[in-house]
Design a protein around this ligand. Structure first.
Ligand code: ZN
Length: 73
């Protein structure tokens, strides 16, 4: 997995968030994998060998939670 640097984090979220109700980068969520409350805008993006990009928990790579693991607080 290779980390991708995202310059405009809100724009990236708007274009790549897979659910409705796109969060703001200032929103807080609880990551179910590491249990921490995270600030959405601190997310990280990793690409797999096929080049598919995934939005990960800010605590990646220690935490393997992705946006589907984030719950409203
Ligand atoms: Zn996490």
């Amino acid at each position: 997995m290779k980390e991708i640097e995202i310059k405009d984090k809100q724009k990236y979220l708007d274009e790549n968030y897979i659910f409705e109700d796109i969060p703001e980068v200032s929103d807080r969520k609880r990551c179910l994998h590491c249990g921490e409350i995270i600030v959405v805008g601190n997310y990280k993006v990793y690409a797999n060998e096929q080049g598919d990009e995934y939005i990960y928990c800010p605590n990646a790579p220690e935490c393997d939670g992705t946006i589907i693991d984030w719950m409203d607080v």
